[in-house]
Design a protein around this ligand. Sequence first.
Ligand SMILES: [Zn+2]
Length: 76
Amino acid sequence: MVSGGIATFPVIPAMTQPETFTVDTPSFYCDGGGAIAPELGHPRVFLTVAASGTIDCPYCGRHYILNQSAARAAGH
Ligand SMILES: [Zn+2]
């Protein structure tokens, strides 16, 4: 336990909730840009939306949802 009467708590970043993005194509890339500083980003990684219509970036944890209506409109 804590001795000395001073308790310290780990600093929890405010952004613990992954952002959710909507993409119009099942294949796209994420490079962690935007909210994440470039030096804290990650290499450009190509992602393909799973059959469930969603995918999480393995690098920054962003949650991507395929815009089903747009994907259909782009098809023939
Ligand atoms: Zn990412």
